[in-house]
Write a protein that binds this ligand. Sequence first.
Ligand SMILES: [Zn+2]
Length: 146
Amino acid sequence: MPNPNDQKYKVSRDASHHVTATVATCIDPRFLPVQFRYWTDRYGEGKFELPSHAGGAKQFAEEKEHHYGLQNLAIALEKHHAQEIVLVTHEDCAAYGGSTTFGNNFKKELAHHTEELTKAEKRIRTAFPQVKVVKIFYTFDGPREV
Ligand SMILES: [Zn+2]
């Protein structure tokens, strides 16, 4: 077990909690560590948030209330000064039934996720019209902007 008192686990009280982006992504453990690296390289260490929810941006594509997800985004924008909302879904996502749902056909899966991300974007633009929205379909070969 790691030593919880190790210097490397401490958080500087002087660290800024202002971020460039908040990235609504899925909880899938295959995609989280690599995404953490990608978003760190893209925005810088400590310059993004990674609120995770099964299905990622799927929560905003569905016809239902989105209190929890929208509340996360509202705090990101108001308290952490995020300028971008990144909506992420990914390949072989269990929340969509995996790639088998699309007959393991990448083009079909990509088309469906592009549609889902577009629905999610519309909902987000209604709630937060002033914010830049980025849509990402994260594949096994890396992130793909749609
Ligand atoms: Zn997933």
